[in-house]
Design a protein around this ligand. Structure first.
Ligand code: F6P
Length: 363
């Protein structure tokens, strides 16, 4: 059977374990030898006990766990050719030429680079006597299937990344808790949510928590936002509301591209309205805890589809990313999605907000 390895890379997210489990079980079911690579790319570079064969029961009792049981890391060594050469050698030792990478866009880009470089890495290993001619021929192609694991939902090509739904559950639970104490004291709360440069968590949170105002990176507010914000908050209080909720994405910016922080917003509210105002930064709580049913199913579906993609791959097959498109698991060319995701970042850096929103592909 084919040699497949699965690893998680970059920031963890809820549902990664469900995906790992699905890859292992689907792979074994189809007669493959499946390996875990522990600690992401670092484990691939270091080899040894970081690359271990998985069996059916090694992924029992992990579907309900948050994080990733096989570990994750941000790896410098893999950015250097020397590191990638070591990684290639370690994979060949186990007969692995198929990789399922679960991570964000950086991790997926790294995998694609590795795939493109693979023939030249093998040539180098052959030349320095690390592998035989037979191995060079037998393992001449590396196949990659990517799954997007991230709470940020910042990847173009998929409707939902693995972990976003669970993060929203965590956030909403926290806001519901905050609302009750805010009500008692007639306070204004500013909640900072994660998402890096993506406002998805902030927007969905604002809609579903009945927040009064939201700041998100793709839609910087007009320059007179302080007065607009204060007018809105006052209106709500005059209408009888006992509290106000403001959501600030951690990547929120103004039209100059300057950060709009929770503290900046608090100053505006306190200076102008003298409201009793508190900040809550949710932080990594959003990335922790058990995955929602949605993320467990998403991980299962994506993991199984990734293995199918690898099974069907021919030497010509490009690296793919398994995505969710209208509740269908689909395979898209990895690099196209990565390029589109980069184009969003560029549009935002160029202050082309409408373009950024359009490129994200969500209404
Ligand atoms: O990409 C996931 C994420 O949680 C972002 O929302 C956040 O900006 C970042 O990772 C935090 O990174 P770290 O865990 O390294 O502090």
């Amino acid at each position: 059977g084919k040699g497949i390895a699965v690893f998680t890379s970059g920031g963890d997210s809820q549902g990664m374990n469900a995906a790992v489990r699905a890859v292992v079980r689907m792979g074994i079911y189809l007669g493959c030898k499946v390996f875990f690579i522990k600690e992401g790319y670092q484990g691939m570079v270091d080899g040894g006990s970081n690359i271990v064969e998985a069996n059916w029961s090694s992924v029992s009792s992990i579907i309900h766990k948050g994080g990733t049981v096989i570990g994750s890391a941000r790896c410098k060594d893999f950015r250097e050719r020397e590191g990638r050469l070591k990684a290639a050698k370690n994979l060949l030792e186990k007969g692995i030429t198929n990789l399922v990478v679960i991570g964000g866009d950086g991790s997926l880009t790294g995998a694609n680079l590795f795939r493109q470089e693979w023939p030249s890495l093998l040539d180098e290993l052959l030349n320095n006597g690390s592998i035989t001619k037979e191995q060079r021929e037998k393992y001449s192609h590396l196949h990659i299937a990517g799954l997007v694991g991230s709470i940020d939902n910042d990847f173009c090509g998929t409707d939902m990344t693995i972990g976003t739904d669970s993060a929203l559950h965590r956030i909403i639970e926290a806001i519901d808790a905050i609302v009750s104490t805010a009500y008692s004291h007639q306070r204004t709360f500013i909640m900072e949510v994660m998402g890096r440069h993506c406002g998805y968590l902030a927007i969905v949170t604002a809609l579903t928590s009945e927040a009064d105002y939201v700041f998100c990176p793709e839609m910087p507010p007009p320059n007179d936002w302080p007065s607009k914000l204060c007018t809105k908050l006052e209106q709500e209080r005059t209408a009888g509301q006992r509290l106000n909720i403001i959501i600030v994405a951690e990547g929120a910016i103004d039209r100059e591209g300057q950060p709009i922080t929770a503290e900046k917003v608090r100053q505006v509210v306190v200076d102008n309205l003298k409201q009793d105002t508190r900040i809550t930064v949710l932080g990594h709580v959003q990335r922790g805890g058990s995955p929602s049913a949605f993320d467990r199913v998403l991980g299962c579906r994506m993991g199984a589809e990734a293995v199918m993609a690898l099974m069907e791959a021919t030497p010509e097959t490009e690296a793919c990313v398994v995505s969710l498109d209208g509740n269908q698991a689909v395979r898209l060319p990895l690099m196209e999605c990565v390029e589109k995701t980069k184009a969003v970042a560029k549009a935002m850096a160029d202050k082309q907000w409408d373009l950024a929103v359009k490129l994200r592909g969500r209404s």
